[in-house]
Design a protein around this ligand. Structure first.
Ligand code: TYM
Length: 335
C-alpha cells in the first residue's frame, strides 16, 4: 500500500528558525520521513509578502534549507525543496484565489495579526492572499497530513474548504482533503518574556525568542532571564503559571521526560536550578544542528544541488495535479 503523504513548509523570513518552529514543526517532520511519503519546503514565495531585500531572501532561503537538513531531513528519504522552484504553486494559487470570498480570506486571524503591525491599508495584497497560496502548496501534492503548530490550524481548514469547493464545482475528485497533524504538547511554545503569547519571529522581542543558530551563551542568558511566575513551585498550570509551564513543556519535549516526572524531580528545587537545566537541554539540542548547518552553508553549490534533487521530485507530483486541475476548470490543453 502507498504511504500516506505528508507535506509542510517553513518561511525563510529570519536568519534562524526558533525553538517554536523546531518543536512545533520541524522536529515532527524528521520521524515522518520513515512512515510517510514526505515533502518539505522553504516557502520563499510566502516570504516576499513582507518585502525582504533580494540579498536577504537569497541568504535566508539557503539558511532555512541548511537548517532543515541539519535538523535531520534526509534528501534520500524526503523531498526537500524551495517553493519557487516549482512554478505550479503560483499558478494553482491564482486559481484558488478566484474561488475564495473576500470575507472568507478576511477572517484569517494570522492576516489580522500581521497586518496590524503595518498599519491599516499598508499590508500587501500578498499578505492577504497568503493562506490561499498555502492551500495551493498543500493541494498540489495530494497531501494527507500537514504537520504544523496550532497557529496554522485555520489555514488548513481553509485549504479543506477550497478543496471541497473545487471538487464539487468542477465535478472531479481533483484534490485530496488534508488533515492537520498537530502534537498537542508542543503546538504553541510561548515567548520567554510574555508567556501567554506565541514565540514568534515577527512579534517576539529578541529576549523572548530562542534561535536555533544562536550562541550558547546568549541562549543560556535568555533562559535564565525568562519570566517566571509568583510562588516557587515548579508545576504545570497554564492559568496561574504560564512561564513555568512553558519551560516545563520545553524541557519535557527536549529530554523525553514526562511533565509529571519533571514536577517530581524539581520538588523543593528553585527556579534557578530548573532554568539551568532547561538552558542546557536547549544548548545540547541546538549545538549540533548549528554545526551541521554551518558546514552545509560553507558549500553552497552542494546545498543548491540537494535542493535541485528535491525540486525535481516535487515538480513531478505538482505537474500531474496541475494537469488535472487545469482540465477540470476548463482551460484548453496546450497541445
Ligand atoms: P512559519 O514559517 O511561521 O512557521 C513554521 C512552522 O513552525 C510552527 N510554529 C510554532 N509551533 C509551535 N510554537 C510556536 N511558537 C510556533 N511558531 C511557529 C508553525 O505552526 C509552522 O508549522 N504558513 C506557514 C508556512 C507554510 C506552510 C505551507 C505550512 C506555507 N505553506 C504548507 C504547511 C503547509 C508559516 O507561516 O509557517
Amino acid at each position: 500500500m502507498a504511504r500516506p503523504r505528508v507535506l509542510s513548509g517553513i518561511q525563510p523570513t529570519s536568519d534562524s528558525f526558533h525553538l517554536g518552529n523546531y518543536l512545533g514543526a520541524v522536529r515532527q517532520w524528521v520521524p515522518l520521513q520513515e512512515t510517510h511519503d514526505a515533502f518539505y519546503m522553504v516557502v520563499d514565495l510566502h516570504a516576499i509578502t513582507v518585502t525582504p531585500t533580494a540579498a536577504e531572501l537569497r541568504a535566508r532561503t539557503r539558511v532555512a534549507a541548511a537548517q532543515l537538513f541539519a535538523c535531520g531531513l534526509d534528501p534520500e528519504r524526503s523531498s526537500v525543496f524551495v517553493q519557487s522552484h516549482v512554478r505550479e504553486h503560483a499558478e494553482l494559487a491564482w486559481m484558488l484565489i478566484c474561488m475564495t470570498g473576500m470575507g472568507e480570506a478576511g477572517r484569517m486571524t494570522q492576516f489580522k495579526d500581521k497586518s496590524a503591525k503595518y498599519g491599516e491599508g499598508s499590508a500587501s495584497v500578498g499578505l492577504f492572499t497568503y493562506p490561499i497560496l498555502q492551500a495551493a502548496d498543500i493541494l498540489l501534492y495530494q497531501t494527507d497530513q500537514v504537520p504544523v503548530g496550532a497557529d496554522q490550524k485555520q489555514h488548513i481548514e481553509l485549504t479543506r474548504d477550497l478543496a471541497q469547493r473545487f471538487n464539487t464545482r468542477y465535478g472531479a475528485k481533483t484534490f485530496t482533503l488534508p488533515n492537520p497533524y498537530i502534537v498537542k504538547e508542543v503546538e504553541k511554545i510561548t515567548d520567554l518574556q510574555d508567556p501567554t503569547a506565541k514565540m514568534s519571529k515577527s512579534s517576539s522581542s529578541p529576549q523572548g525568542i530562542l534561535d536555533v543558530l544562536e550562541e550558547p551563551g546568549t541562549l543560556r542568558k535568555k533562559v535564565m532571564r525568562a519570566v517566571t511566575d509568583t510562588g516557587s513551585e515548579i508545576v504545570a498550570d497554564d492559568e496561574n503559571k504560564p512561564g513555568v509551564t512553558n519551560l516545563l513543556r520545553i524541557l519535557s519535549a527536549l529530554t523525553g521526560t514526562t511533565i509529571a516526572d519533571l514536577e517530581a524531580r524539581y520538588v523543593g528545587a528553585g527556579y534557578g536550578t530548573f532554568k539551568k537545566d532547561v538552558a542546557e537541554a536547549v544548548i545540547e539540542t541546538f549545538a549540533p544542528i548549528r554545526e551541521r548547518a554551518e558546514k552545509l552553508l560553507a558549500n553552497e553549490a552542494e546545498l543548491d544541488r540537494m535542493l535541485a534533487v528535491g525540486a525535481a521530485k516535487a515538480r513531478a507530483v505538482a505537474q500531474e495535479t496541475m494537469e488535472k486541475a487545469r482540465d477540470a476548470m476548463g482551460f484548453l490543453p496546450t497541445h
